[in-house]
Design a protein around this ligand. Structure first.
Ligand SMILES: Cc1cc2nc3c(=O)[nH]c(=O)nc-3n(C[C@H](O)[C@H](O)[C@H](O)COP(=O)(O)OP(=O)(O)OC[C@H]3O[C@@H](n4cnc5c(N)ncnc54)[C@H](O)[C@@H]3O)c2cc1C
Length: 492
């Protein structure tokens, strides 16, 4: 799918996103769904053809529901039920995604990044969003708005936006324009990947990691009868990634998988690096995805973390653009997602440095592998995800949450101490809350739900749970504090 030629685009927009990779496209879809004018500028004329990310974890699938692409991704992707961590011969730990509770996605999906980008581009197109095929060459925050210079090959032109998001990857121009550093370190182990057709006894719905004295190996299905085979090497030049027999030798020497390699469809070598932007926001400029953070490939977390950024930014930017949310919430975005990225970076780095430790001892005698738990792998423990996810599903119950405003789930408590909430008083209090809350706030009376009320309000005392549009819990308070809390969170 190609981008739109520059001349058809308006020169003014609410939000301009530099970078139409998975993160920029997801953010654009979220903004369009909230009726925000958005323009994406990408120098590539089509989705990436490089074999990059393949693994999408449960929390991302929940978040991608808001962009309306989760179902499509699940439909075209290959289901991953478990991830195993092994020494060459023994299972060390199995992470069973099917064991996740309170989610419609108790599994991961393996799907090519290019397919995800295609699906998002199609969705954006249907939502009336524009992807301009041009290179962004300069970004200047002028205080009242931002000037963006783009070049589509026929010449340069200036666009104006109220907000600019850099989703322009590791070499981000927007990050440079912000004056932010991108500090970190290189991981000593380097990696080879070979997307290959395998034959033999190989699990079809499981990704497997093997750790041994020669280094690590990852093998997982990516659909179309192909498997991603990736392994660590101490020096890239020693690798022969195109040769099926070499790939088969690596698999046999580092795992107990009895497989043959019939074909190497795509191969690449890459260096793992860890980087973190010193700021995720400066004035009217914001960062998301790899532009903000880069992590090692361990357990496939990079793009998933970027989806979390897009979800955390989309509703905030929409609220700010529509004048319903204080722009200070964009600073909250910046600090919240910087902390989330650090948390995930630490886990992936621990797993990667273990590879180096283990290889360098050549004895496999280093300590236990820092394997992620199921919740960590799924990114369910990042932020306060509640038991309510996008498109309104309080799991299995069909409770709608608002996508561009807060939702408040109210529960009077089982100890209805007579006169506090007796009779019509509770219904009256709910009506009053609805009248005083910022516009668009969705109020849900859990007292009308019987035993099916969501776990976030399963208490015996009065509680009101404020749920953000990204399905995260803002907090739980007595009913009469809710309006103040919503106002303090910047809702108008
Ligand atoms: C081998 C490999 C395997 C991986 N596997 C996984 C995995 O399984 N799971 C996972 O979560 N992550 C994985 N990742 C990481 C994942 O690929 C990245 O995190 C993801 O691509 C980040 O998306 P993004 O949209 O932030 O940036 P990108 O995908 O880099 O997209 C940036 C876009 O910006 C455009 N652009 C850049 N500069 C400009 C400019 N000046 N003007 C206009 N356009 C511009 C580019 O053309 C590009 O389209 C893997 C990475 C690699 C290399």
């Amino acid at each position: 799918m190609t981008g739109t030629p520059l001349h058809t685009d308006s020169s003014e927009t609410d939000v301009l996103i530099v970078g139409g990779g998975p993160i920029g496209l997801m953010l654009a879809c979220l903004l369009r769904r909230a009726d925000v004018e958005v323009t994406v500028v990408d120098r590539a004329r089509a989705a990436t053809r490089h074999s990059k990310a393949t693994l999408i974890w449960p929390r991302s699938l929940e978040l991608l529901e808001a962009a309306d692409v989760a179902e499509d991704i699940v439909a075209v992707g290959h289901r991953i039920d478990a991830v195993t961590f092994n020494s060459r011969d023994d299972l060390l730990r199995a992470v069973d995604l099917n064991a996740l509770a309170d989610t419609r996605y108790a599994f991961g999906v393996s799907v090519r990044q290019s397919t995800v980008e295609d699906l998002l581009r199609r969705r954006l197109d249907a939502l009336g969003g524009v992807v301009v095929a041009a290179e962004c060459t300069a970004v200047v925050d002028r205080g009242a708005d931002v000037t963006v210079v783009v070049d589509d090959g026929a010449g340069e032109r200036e666009l104006t936006a109220r907000w600019v998001v850099g989703a322009d990857g590791v070499d981000s121009l927007v990050r440079t324009a912000m004056g932010a550093e991108y500090e970190g370190y290189d991981v000593p182990a380097q990696f080879i990947l070979a997307d290959s057709r395998l034959a033999g006894d190989i699990p079809r719905n499981r990704a497997s990691y093997f750790f041994g004295p020669d280094g690590s190996l990852a093998v997982g299905p990516i659909g179309d009868d192909l498997y991603r085979v990736a392994w660590s090497v101490s020096a890239l030049e020693t690798a022969r990634p195109d040769d099926p027999s070499h790939v088969a030798d690596v698999i046999r020497s580092r795992s107990n998988l009895a497989v043959d390699v019939e074909l190497v469809h795509y191969s690449a070598a890459f260096k793992a690096q860890v980087r973190h932007a010193s700021a995720f926001r400066s004035g009217r400029l914001l960062l998301a995805g790899d532009a903000a953070h880069r992590m090692t490939p361990a357990s496939g977390q990079g793009m998933n973390t970027g989806f979390g950024d897009a979800a955390a930014l989309g509703w905030r930017l929409a609220g700010v653009v529509h004048g319903r949310l204080d722009s200070a919430q964009l600073d909250v975005y910046a600090s919240e997602r910087a902390a989330a990225a650090r948390q995930i970076e630490e886990r992936t780095s621990a797993q990667s440095s273990h590879v180096d430790d283990w290889s360098s001892t050549r004895r496999g005698s280093v300590g236990p592998i820092p394997v992620m738990t199921t919740e960590q792998l799924a990114q369910f423990d990042v932020g306060d995800r509640v038991d309510v996810n996008y498109r309104g599903i309080a799991v299995g119950l069909g409770i709608p949450i608002a996508l561009d405003a807060p939702t408040v789930v109210c529960w009077p408590g089982t100890r209805w101490t007579g006169d506090r909430w007796a009779g019509d008083r509770w219904a009256g209090a709910i009506d009053e809350l609805a009248a005083k809350s910022p516009s668009g706030t969705r109020i849900i009376d859990a007292a009308r739900m019987g035993n099916s009320r969501p776990p976030c309000v399963r208490t015996d005392h009065e509680i009101a749970a404020i749920i953000r549009p990204d399905g995260h819990l803002e907090g739980r308070y007595p009913l009469d504090e809710v309006v103040d809390r919503l106002t303090a969170a910047g809702w108008r």
